[in-house]
Design a protein around this ligand. Sequence first.
Ligand code: ADP
Ligand code: MG
Length: 352
Amino acid sequence: MTPASRPTTLQKIGEFGLIRELQKHCQSLRSDVIQGIGDDAAILRTSHQEALIASTDLAIEGVHFDLAFESFKDIGHRIAVANISDMAAMGATPKYLLVALAIPPNYSVSNWRALYQGFKKPCQAFDISLVGGDTAASKSGLFLCLTILGQVPSNQALTRRGAKVGDKIYVTGTLGDSKAGLQILQNQAKSKKTTAGKPYETFLKKRHLRPTPRLAVGQHLSRDHLAHAAIDVSDGLSGDILHLCEASRVGVELWASQLPLSRQCQAYAATQGHNPIDFALAGGEDYELLFTIAPRHQAQVSDLGKRLRTQMTCIGEIKPRAYGLRLKLEGGNHRNITRQSYDHFSTTRTKS
Ligand code: ADP
Ligand code: MG
């Protein structure tokens, strides 16, 4: 086969190239679809007052979770939070969850129960009802598909699209902890180590296994019309800021010295000889909120952070598109921000 006739593989266009293709192919929409493919969730008009917010997420054994170091309860909890976090990014109130699963017949009933125990905790905490799903036997490994439905008052949904030049960029909490926690879990599983380890390890492992969705922050940002654009950090800062800038057609300057890093992540990075900033840029699954606001709202955002006891850090500024995406380093030099985060179809990267 000549190179010209060789079919383009998914590996070549990558996960996000595929999503762009899907967007092009699904442009003819019903008139009540406010936002289809391309954001953290779809926005569907149900009445003059309310919009339905819908999102679905896959989780596959060996890709998204590993039974070597995660219990079924951990998996249920973490995957439910991943789904809920997309509601936070839209400023929505999640209400209903549907769970489709394919499970190997030799997995025990107690495994299955533990998985549902894992779903239960975040559902109870945020008043979400599990209302349905589907079940099948899997020939190999556990497959999960969670669909979440929520609501937001009309015209208040946050999207990735509204960032304006001059906006300040904020992020909740700290970044990179989940990636560090995952590495520790993977290394301990490899070395079959069962001891408790260093104190920072416990913190980081918990940040990976039991993330917190920033629902209250998202809801306040939308209700008070504070944020111009928002996304949850599920793929890593470098990938998620790129999605936000692409959707808003803007550029960005991020400030390396301002990236919020926990002392535990810094301690772990030091033991590995890594720059902790790379954990923040490349690390997925932090489920923090990344949002942009007009500079005049900065005081309101720091008040909101105090009220909700959530760290809010200004990490950069939105620039014109022609500026590109740049990271200002501690010494004042700049480097381009390239996607360091996980791509499902790339063979050059493994999920860690
Ligand atoms: P997130 O990381 O926030 O869950 P994704 O990167 O998974 O978002 O998806 C980005 C957008 O692409 C979403 O609007 C999602 O609904 C859409 N999408 C992803 N995969 C598909 C698919 N196979 N078919 C249709 N839409 C898809
Ligand atoms: Mg998301």
